[in-house]
Write a protein that binds this ligand. Sequence first.
Ligand SMILES: *Cc1c(COP(=O)(O)O)cnc(C)c1O
Length: 395
Amino acid sequence: MKIAFKGGTPARDIFIPYGKQYIDEHDIEAVTKVLKSPYLTTGPKVEEFEKKLCGITGAKYAIALSSGTSALHAACHAAGIQQGDEVITTPMTFAASANCILYCGGTPVFADIDAGTWNIKPEEIEKNVTSKTKAVIAVDFTGQAVQLDEIRDICKRYNLILIEDAAHAIGTKYNGIPVGNISDLTTFSFHPVKTITCGEGGAVLTNNEEYYKKIMLFRSHAITREIDEISQHPFNGYNEQIGLGYNYRMTDMQAALGISQLDKLWIFSNRRSEIVKKYNEAFSEIPQLTIQQEIQESDTTRHLYIIRIKSSLLKVNRNEIYKALNAENIGLQVHYIPVYYHPYYQSLGYNKGICPIAEKLYEEIITIPLYFSLTDDDVQDVIKGIKKVINYYKC
Ligand SMILES: *Cc1c(COP(=O)(O)O)cnc(C)c1O
């Protein structure tokens, strides 16, 4: 028997993870069918998945890729980011949102977040624009859309390309328009903790044909058989490499899973919203906690739920609260350590202190369980555990 943080029984007898995938018989059948078909890698299922992504978002083009990270790399490539270019992004994200800039030889510039919504702050983007700025990578943190009107306006004024890292935000709408159909390039991730999964996988969405063509080449070694792109046609199937690309292809097995998962997107989305509502109600009554401020324009499919502790009203810091909640059998994470805190970014010369609001937030946040199959009882257990720990440590 596990012992709770101060002895006795934990709020929860069986450990609740902070996130997990939901796989049903349809998913299993869809993948099994592909295994019995002639195509295992990029074939008809990838195309069908891409069409479905276009259908859900209204975007003209979708390119499925091997991961959310390769999708970000492809988006930066399409945007033409290269050595000497600066790209503005948020520190409050997974490192991939900045690493993709480095892959292309560009320089990540970190702009601070809004203290309430925790998304990148439009004014901070504008403050960081220089003559070298080429693009902005805005991250829809926890699934809530960034302030797209304001950010698009800044991008227009300074002639910047807007890449939206919507790894958290499939299913989210901004002023009624689906994420994926707003920015110049939008990327999704289908990692198992995200709202829908392919095992691993990602996609870029765009309405720009030139970007689409560039990414289709980039995905597969920049090798083409397109008649207007190659120099000669000696035989059927002849192909040429016309640029430098990668193997960032998605398999048909992953795509079949993605299609079957997308069929459940709105069921997933609604359940996630129900859980968020229950958490919001419970935590708004606890003076020692702050919850994420909502952006009115965003009709959000929530990926993560984060509580923020008010350090001044508690006897211990976040790390102690985290340990105590863990002892209550509640699975947790911290999203995120500011990207430039990572030793690798420190070695590139980024100093601590550049984004004070994000840094302060990092000290006080804990991600708690949120996933489709979390039951109402699970939710009550999580709330119970949090109340117990906060009550014990409050000033
Ligand atoms: C998960 C995630 C990624 C990377 O996606 P992968 O599919 O794991 O490569 C990028 N950005 C953000 C914000 C993410 O949460």
